[in-house]
Write a protein that binds this ligand. Structure first.
Ligand code: SF4
Ligand code: SF4
Length: 390
């Protein structure tokens, strides 16, 4: 069988249902804020859900912007379930801090909720999210969601702003009773381009992933990461853990099958497990891909979704790990990792370029740094650009 595996339809469609958002997050990949004038109508979204269901996608994750800003969101969740798909939602949690509001989502059939936390306390979180009180609301939403028996994932995008807090955040979230803690890889796209200097160094990412993996031995909450390097890091640790470290799927399997299964699942899911939909109906391999014409796959309403999945040239190329360049191309871990293709494109304008976040690509990271004038690296690996005297 060809590795990694490619299903006949995306496993998860992440649908940025609206550009509207009540927060102003520094790292937002969508550069969200106001509702865009070209967003799909209610009827078009309903038709879109039917199209995705007909193509046999397994799960839809509603995201945004802030999906709870859409007045019909609970109707879409209900319809997703009626169409036989698994409904999930990624939210900043602000509105779910009200139990009565959360109950509407539970009643509609929501099964999985991801709530984002950027810090251990309101100083770190609220300053990044741009709205006072957002940390309190997010934590309340996590507690409400646990109480409501939803499958709860707490997600933290790691930058130099919060990397030192991650161990304490994990402990704090574990105590609340969340099921997953997801370490989100920072990808400098959307608003994130303005804070690209906050990207963590390959060495710090490596250490972070190692300690994250070891956290799985400390309780029931699983600690996972969207960084595809998590799989090779976990493989190298070779513990007796039963966690397969991928960001969308982690069945319980014991070693020694871990490596075989990880190769089958296969790291970066762009082109293989995901499809991203924009509020205006454009399709991308993953929501973290920059919104360029070159990366656009087509249009949900006018193009043949099934045909795009099976035949689109970009998706076909993303499935072919032999096209990867430099160290990613010759890497023994390319079938279980492959590097984040969104990060590769963001930094090098090429989807097959090496992911500069990996310890094996430290040379590429250093080349990027050297292109910046008067750079200095701070203690936690961020880049400080000294413009004095310029
Ligand atoms: S490009 Fe790949 S690794 Fe990066 S966020 Fe998307 S699916 Fe994940
Ligand atoms: S070199 Fe590329 S494929 Fe290999 S571990 Fe690093 S990011 Fe993954």
């Amino acid at each position: 069988m060809k590795k990694p595996f490619v299903p006949g339809a995306p496993f998860q469609v992440v649908w940025n249902i609206t550009n509207a958002c009540n927060l102003k997050c520094a790292h937002c990949y969508e550069d969200a804020g106001k509702r865009s004038s070209n967003e799909l109508t209610n009827q078009e979204i309903i038709r879109g859900l039917e199209i995705i269901s007909k193509a046999s996608a397994t799960s839809i994750a509603f995201s945004g912007g802030e999906p709870t800003s859409n007045p019909h969101i609970t109707d879409y969740i209900k319809l997703t379930k009626e169409l036989g798909m698994y409904p999930a939602m990624a939210t900043n949690g602000y509105k779910l801090s009200k139990q009565s509001k959360l109950n509407k989502f539970v009643d509609a059939g929501l099964e999985f909720v991801q709530i984002s936390i950027d810090g251990l306390n309101l100083e770190t979180h609220d300053s990044f999210r741009g709205v006072e009180g957002s940390w309190d609301k997010a934590i309340q939403a996590v507690e409400n969601s646990v109480d409501a028996d939803l499958f709860v994932e707490v997600a933290t995008t790691v930058t130099t702003h919060n990397i030192d807090e991650i161990p304490d955040i994990i402990e704090f979230i574990r105590d609340i009773g969340a099921h997953w803690f997801m370490i989100y890889n920072f990808i400098p796209t959307g608003n994130g381009t303005n804070i690209s200097e906050m990207d963590i160094s390959p060495k710090n990412r490596f250490e972070l992933l190692k300690s994250a993996y070891n956290e799985n031995m400390n309780g029931n909450m699983q600690v996972l990461s969207t960084a595809p390097q998590y799989a090779p890091v976990a493989e190298s640790l070779q513990t007796d853990s039963s966690v397969i470290p991928t960001h969308f799927y982690n069945p319980q399997y014991k070693n020694p099958q871990l490596t075989q299964l990880a190769e089958f699942v296969g790291g970066c899911g762009a082109g293989r497990f995901y499809m991203g939909i924009e509020p205006n109906r454009d399709l991308y391999p993953c929501v973290f891909f920059p919104r360029t014409e070159e990366l656009k796959l087509g249009n949900l309403m006018n193009d043949d979704f099934d045909q795009i999945w099976k035949e689109n040239n970009l998706l076909v190329d993303l499935r072919n790990k032999d096209l990867l360049q430099d160290n990613c191309g010759s890497c023994e871990s390319k079938n279980i990792c492959g590097g984040c293709r969104a990060r590769a494109y963001t930094y090098f304008n090429d989807v097959q370029a090496p992911d500069p976040g990996c310890i094996k690509n430290e040379g590429k990271w250093n080349e990027l740094k050297n292109k910046l004038p008067n750079f200095q690296e701070t203690h936690n690996g961020s880049l400080f650009i000294n413009l004095e005297g310029k």
